[in-house]
Ligand binder design. Structure first.
Ligand SMILES: Cc1cc2nc3c(=O)[nH]c(=O)nc-3n(C[C@H](O)[C@H](O)[C@H](O)COP(=O)(O)O)c2cc1C
Length: 167
């Protein structure tokens, strides 16, 4: 898929079909995360892959804003080393790569940030120095995705030379 088209049409989708995602696609999607840039090229992300209906349900059970992950084909818990002040930005870049790589393969995804952190840390054995930034759920779409985005116009967001000065 053309990169501009992928950026313009990818949506955060929370409904997934039962159609499986094959292992090559799973690995390629996570590998796209690895390809992201990170501050000083520190590459401190760690990715935990969660697959299988029962494990996905367990993941959903400790979420407050991502219960939908129970129906995903697989999910990735994204961790970054909290000692880097830019660690959340690094997480964002890896996540974006993964979501675009998935969309290029017809696989939809969404992220969530609401969960019981202590319980996640305990269940998934996450060391204290890692921040649990986000969970990304992936799967084949349940219905056709039209790719229509609800976004503010650029004229509202873009300033020239100084804050508040519109193009
Ligand atoms: C930092 C961040 C946190 C988010 N957290 C959640 C979340 O906890 N649960 C959820 O269902 N969606 C979450 N989302 C998805 C947003 O709701 C979504 O990106 C936004 O509504 C735009 O969706 P669209 O691209 O489909 O238009 C999050 C997105 C971002 C960027």
């Amino acid at each position: 898929m053309d990169t501009s088209l992928a950026i313009k049409t990818r949506l955060d989708v929370r409904e997934f079909s039962d159609q499986p995602v094959n292992r090559d696609d799973v690995i390629a999607i996570i590998d796209a995360g690895r390809m992201a840039g990170s501050g000083k090229n520190t590459q401190h992300w760690r990715f935990i892959l969660i697959e299988g209906r029962e494990k996905l349900r367990e993941l959903a059970s400790v979420s407050t804003t991502g219960k939908w992950v129970a129906d995903a084909s697989f999910a990735v818990i994204v961790l970054t080393d909290r000692k880097f002040p830019y660690h959340k930005m690094d997480a964002g870049r890896a996540i974006t790569n993964m979501q675009l790589e998935a969309w290029n393969r017809g696989i939809v995804s969404c992220i969530y940030t609401g969960f019981d952190e202590d319980e996640m840390r305990r269940r998934y054995n996450v060391p204290e120095n890692y921040s649990i930034d986000v969970v990304v759920g992936f799967g084949r779409p349940k219905r056709k995705i039209l790719g229509k985005k609800s976004r503010r116009p650029l004229s509202e967001l873009l300033y020239v030379d100084k804050f508040g000065q519109r193009l």
